[in-house]
Design a binder for this molecule. Structure first.
Ligand SMILES: N[C@@H](CCC(=O)N[C@@H](CS)C(=O)NCC(=O)O)C(=O)O
Length: 203
């Protein structure tokens, strides 16, 4: 099994999941040029990470990939204990991060994709920061009295963690989000996270 990732991107969350499984896998760390190269475009014409290759199976899309990893390494408990209820809780919070939180950053990373006039870019980014802050308040409320989003460690947690790092880098106000800050500190200290960062050249 091989993961294609870009340092600090959403694929870094998948990389942490793989470290948490304790299973064997290869990783290829891509830069912007490698993501445009024909060899990578042959795997994913969209040119985005993550991509997971398992034998002749090429899989894209975060949600599909982490579900596949959870099923391939059930002992890791990334989707819970095998009960429908825990699977649903893990999927609920994965969906929150993948379809609400992650897309909310897009205007911060590329305001020009939303409005052409550069004079408007700061306003677009300010609105995005406000939306991200609101979503992180939801995560903070969920983490109050819990260590992990779903109530147990799941594939939703590394993805949330990566978005918290993005929020720090893009000037989102994180003040007062104490449960989220404690979650980030736990993840910062996690051995799997640290091994991931080292492998991606982020340590
Ligand atoms: N819907 C896709 C989105 C993947 C995505 O947005 N990947 C970003 C990194 S977080 C990417 O590769 N962007 C292109 C680039 O960085 O060049 C998924 O969930 O896998």
């Amino acid at each position: 099994m091989k993961l294609y990732t870009k340092p600090g991107a959403c694929s870094t969350a998948v990389h942490i999941d793989l470290r948490w499984t304790g299973g064997a896998f290869d990783v290829e760390v891509l830069d912007a040029d490698a993501m445009k190269a024909p060899a990578f475009r042959a795997l994913n014409p969209a040119g985005s990470v993550p991509v997971l290759v398992d034998g002749d199976f090429v899989l894209t899309q975060n949600a599909a990939i982490v579900g596949y990893i959870a099923d391939r390494f059930p002992q890791a408990g990334l989707a819970g204990d095998g009960s429908p209820r825990q699977r649903a809780e893990a999927a609920r919070w994965l969906s929150f991060v993948n379809s609400d939180l992650h897309p909310a950053f897009k205007p911060l990373f590329g305001p020009g994709n939303f409005i052409e006039d550069p004079a408007q870019h700061e306003a677009v980014k300010a609105a995005a920061r406000k939306r991200v802050r609101g979503l992180l308040e939801t995560a903070d409320r969920q983490l109050q009295g819990r260590q992990w989003l779903a109530g147990f460690r799941s594939f939703a947690d590394p993805y949330l963690y990566v978005t918290v790092l993005w929020a720090g880098r893009t000037g989102v106000d994180l003040s007062g989000l104490e449960a989220l800050a404690a979650f980030k500190a736990r993840m910062d200290a996690d051995a799997g996270v640290q091994r991931t960062f080292k492998a991606e050249g982020l340590a």
